[in-house]
Design a protein around this ligand. Structure first.
Ligand code: FBP
Ligand code: MG
Ligand code: MG
Length: 332
């Protein structure tokens, strides 16, 4: 049983056996993400002081202006994972195509691929609102020693071996799962160590927070409009409270602790919504389900969706189980 205030390092070692294929590689991989997150956290905390705010002047494959911190975080995570030779491929929101990590030896036995949203909530960087990083880990499907292919990345979310996020907020937390529940670790910045502050995190089955960008209301499908009206109706424990930070990681983290639902639906402006299946929705869905919550595209379980493209978008309904089921009823 996880001991409160255990360090992340201790927790990783102690729980290594949990993992079916445990050979220490996944532990080293999680440790590398822990390290890269500390480096990025250091920069995030100085946003505004150092020249790390504003646009980097490039546009990513999503057509978004890359923020300097998007690029910085992307470089730090890719560097840290590459230098430790534990992954055979990386895909990122900020890179058009996946990257093959060969390392020193061509025939390395690295068996994991990582998909990452290096900086989530980019629109909040310059305004001192919490942002995050999201990661998703799979075992490769192509034979060891053979070139990594797109098939290693286009796997259904139910094949994830681990997933998690880092939230750079009032404190910095790393929250992850390897399919054995969800645990949250808070960084003590004074000594640079993560401590188990939130063991065995659980989504309350019900909540009274709904998180959606109502500014797009007129463009939403009727089912979403009806669900919003339902949330705002004076009846029983409603109206619910509206909370929307505009950083997926932070909105889901809050709702997991307090109970709530996050929705980024499709709309007449965005036929598949905005969020990316592989490095935003699948990892957050794995976390949500492992914490007793639910995640769908309004109809189907997110983690059963068959990916077809690296940067594909899907509608996203995620949160307290009963609230997501209620919203799905309105989508029927
Ligand atoms: O401004 P909008 O349209 O409400 O979108 C906000 C959503 O977009 C995102 O910022 C997309 O993620 P990135 O910042 O990683 O591109 C989510 O974090 C957030 O929930
Ligand atoms: Mg994102
Ligand atoms: Mg991002």
């Amino acid at each position: 049983m996880a001991k409160k205030n255990q360090t992340l390092g201790e927790f990783i070692i102690e729980n290594q056996a949990d993992f079916q294929y445990s050979s220490g590689e996944l532990s080293r991989l999680i440790n590398s993400i822990r390290l890269a997150a500390k480096v990025v956290n250091h920069e995030v905390n100085k946003a505004g002081l150092v020249d790390i705010t504003g646009a980097a002047g490039e546009v990513n494959i999503q057509g978004e202006d890359q923020q300097k911190l998007d690029v910085y975080a992307n470089d730090k995570f890719i560097q840290t994972l590459t230098n430790r030779e534990i992954v055979c491929g990386i895909a990122s929101e900020e890179n058009d195509d996946f990257i093959t990590i060969c390392g020193q030896k061509e025939d390395h036995n690295n068996k994991y691929v990582v998909l990452i949203d290096p900086l989530d909530g980019s629109s909040n960087i310059d305004v001192n609102v919490s942002v995050g990083t999201i990661f998703s880990i799979y075992r490769r499907v192509t034979p060891m020693g053979s070139p990594v292919t797109i098939d290693d990345f286009l796997q259904e979310g139910n094949q994830q071996v681990a997933a998690g996020y880092i939230v750079y907020g009032t404190s910095t937390m790393l929250v992850y799962t390897t399919g054995h529940g969800v645990n949250g670790f808070t960084l003590n910045p004074a000594i640079g160590t993560y401590y188990l502050s939130h063991p065995d995190m659980k989504f309350p089955e019900d909540g009274n927070i709904y998180s959606i960008n109502e500014g797009n209301y007129v463009h939403f499908p009727q089912g979403v409009k009806d669900y919003i009206k339902y949330c705002q109706t004076e009846e029983g424990d409603r109206p619910y409270t509206a909370r929307y930070i505009g950083s997926l990681v932070s909105d889901i983290h809050r709702n997991m602790i307090k109970g709530g639902i996050y929705i980024y639906p499709k709309s007449s402006k965005a036929s598949n919504g905005k969020l990316r299946l592989l490095y935003e929705c699948n990892p957050m869905a794995f976390i949500a389900e492992q914490a007793g919550g639910k995640a769908s595209d309004g109809y189907q379980r997110i983690m059963d969706l068959k990916p077809t493209e690296l940067h594909q978008r899907v509608p996203f309904f995620c949160g307290s189980k009963n609230m997501v089921e209620k919203a799905e009823e309105f989508m029927k």
